[in-house]
Design a protein around this ligand. Sequence first.
Ligand SMILES: [Zn+2]
Ligand SMILES: [Zn+2]
Length: 174
Amino acid sequence: MRFKINEIGTEGLPVNVTVTADWVAAACPDLEARPGPSGLTLRGRLDKTGDDYLLRAELRGPMETTCARCLEPARLALQLPLAVTFVSADADDADDDEDPDLVTFQGGEIDVGDEVRDEILLAIPINPLCKTDCLGLCGVCGGNRNLVACGCRTETAPSVRLAALAKIKLPTQH
Ligand SMILES: [Zn+2]
Ligand SMILES: [Zn+2]
């Protein structure tokens, strides 16, 4: 996801990149979410502003993961605005580490990959849900309570479990 700064003209440089599942798998190996088959799109532009370069873009598309409650596939629709200022490591003000919003780059190429990775990692919740009111799995029968109203009552669970245990006959020894 690199852009050559000498290709950024006065009109800026259009950014139109597909972020594939393979790319996310390599960039975020511990993330249990992947883009859908069509990937994510990063669309926007890179503009030169003085000695700096400004990326303004939007990262959008579906991420597929697993619902933390019902364990069914969960789809998260990302729509993330990106605004990042890149400054050449060779520039005079590159030593100014005071500004955390500045990202330095070297060698005449701006790599937006780290910014895309960070946006994805920040956007995926620790416990993603298939829907905000997901009912999850029944603690008694294990059924998906979004699909079936199984009628189990969690407060009766201990007695149900005991009854089930009582029905288990251990093999008698002769
Ligand atoms: Zn769910
Ligand atoms: Zn149940």
